[in-house]
Design a protein around this ligand. Structure first.
Ligand code: URP
Ligand code: ZN
Ligand code: ZN
Length: 459
């Protein structure tokens, strides 16, 4: 099967060029000014931008929270939503069960995705119950293509690891080419603040943010960077939310520590006043780290533009409103997380590219090429070049939409951006050469997404 995308303008992280793209089966065969070749399908991209498919390296699909509650999207609905928004690759977080092996967790998540995913997927591994045997397994995971491990400095008694365990994982990653991803918030101090708030009768969603101040994110980032420095290992900070934490990263970089950072649209676009919404509405935005002061957003945009923040992922972790209600009388029981997998590219384009905060090339870099590179998928993903997977988005800069739970493809029953108008969006989305979205219609098939064995970092 040969597909020719003609007359478009190719936008990569490195350049913007008028070019046709020829696809042979699943792969890009040629990129050139005018390609004269027989094709079974010709897509006219005149007046459109041609982008590499988005890479969302932080999702939580089908993630169990309790025996009765899981995140609202499974690998089918979650990846359909991703595809409808122009994302053609996800890296989801598999989670070790307490007392369980990492191999069992990986098999569990493979089972969740198999036959359901409509776009390609890889896995990180959340390690929450370390032991010498589990440490040993980290090497096997890397060999299986799971080349990044998420560790938590928050959620004591559930997910949190102490500094010694984090340090041991950093040493292991240094030697096996893995990458440690850290949820950086000082969990024990947050626990004290939460206990004191609840004892004072402060049970509403707004107290979620008040008990997780940015300084405690910054403290954890600074501590993690020191551990990485002593271990001689790189470090990836997930869902960075505050300028205070960013300053710690920059301080560590000045000492030569390799610290990479991801932020999310919610920290660029939303702010903590949403926790003061009527009734229990603030619960929709309960996520960790929490939304910050409105003044925190511009420094994050600047850091994204100037390269201090490397990637934008969603941390898509949607819980239905009925599940959020678990915390109706106690904010600390509200399931943490919010949806976003479908709206990452449109929001970043509308609020980033259209406003001049980001160039189109930087947009491609932070949403596709950089996550592909950092997580061992480049140049198969995140690039438009011969040999890369034909994951492509024909992007219409004039397309308009109003974001709403009534029209989104996630199974969650609210949107964090309800009613927000956006300009710019995907017209056609191709995943390994197949058209899976065309003008708002989903044409893909569950099970067509493939597991991605990711490469380790070069040591
Ligand atoms: O609140 C959040 N972010 N929930 C998802 C899990 C995590 O910490 O990334
Ligand atoms: Zn986290
Ligand atoms: Zn997350």
């Amino acid at each position: 099967m040969r597909t020719l995308i003609a007359n478009g303008t190719v936008v990569t992280a490195a350049a913007t060029v008028r070019a046709d793209v020829l696809i042979e089966d699943e792969t890009i065969a040629a990129v050139g000014e005018r390609i004269e070749a027989h094709a079974d399908l010709v897509l006219d991209a005149r007046g459109r931008w041609l982008l590499p498919g988005g890479v969302d390296a932080h999702t939580h699909l089908d993630m169990p929270l309790t025996d009765a509650i899981s995140s609202a999207d499974d690998f089918e609905s979650g990846t359909v939503a991703a595809a409808m928004g122009g994302t053609t690759t996800i890296v989801d977080y598999a989670t070790q069960a307490r007392g369980g092996t990492l191999a069992a967790a990986l098999e569990d998540w493979q089972e969740r995705a198999r036959g359901r995913a409509v776009v390609d997927y890889g896995f990180h591994m959340i390690v929450c119950d370390p032991s010498p045997a589990v440490e040993h397994e980290l090497d096997e995971l890397v060999a299986a293509g799971v080349t990044s491990f998420k560790l938590f400095m928050a959620y004591p008694g559930r997910l949190m690891l102490d500094d010694g365990a984090i340090f041991r994982a950093l040493l292991r990653a240094r030697d096996n080419g893995g990458l440690v991803c850290l949820h950086a918030e000082n969990g024990p101090v947050i626990q004290v603040l939460v206990e004191r708030a609840l004892a004072a009768g402060e049970t509403a969603p707004r107290h979620h943010a008040r008990t997780r101040p940015a300084r405690l994110e910054a403290e954890a980032v600074g501590r993690a960077a020191a551990l990485a420095e002593v271990a001689g290992a790189p470090l990836f900070i997930v869902h960075l939310s505050s300028p205070e934490a960013l300053a710690e990263i920059e301080r560590a970089r000045e000492r030569g520590v390799e610290v990479l950072a991801e932020t999310c649209p919610q920290y660029l676009l939303l702010s903590e006043d949403l926790y003061d919404g009527p009734g229990f509405a603030g619960a929709r935005y309960v996520m960790s780290p929490p939304l910050r002061a409105a003044a925190a957003r511009e420094p994050l945009w600047r850091a994204l533009a100037d390269g201090a923040i490397q990637t934008v992922a969603t941390d898509h972790c949607p819980f239905r409103l009925a599940d959020k209600a678990l915390g109706a009388d106690d904010f600390s029981k509200i399931p943490n997380g919010a949806p976003g997998i479908e709206t990452r590219l449109v929001l970043l384009w509308d609020a980033g590219v259209r406003t001049g905060r980001l160039s189109m090339n930087r947009f491609v870099e932070v949403t596709s090429s950089a996550p592909a590179r950092i997580f061992g998928l480049y140049p198969r993903k995140g690039e438009i070049a011969p040999g890369s997977d034909a994951d492509l988005v024909i992007w219409d800069a004039e397309r308009t939409a109003t974001i709403s739970a009534a029209t989104h493809h996630s199974r969650v029953d609210y949107s964090a951006y309800e009613g927000r108008g956006v300009r710019g969006g995907p017209e056609t989305v191709l995943a390994r050469g197949r058209v899976i979205v065309d003008r708002g219609r989903f044409l893909g098939r569950p099970g067509d997404g493939r597991y991605l064995r990711r490469a380790a970092r070069r040591r």
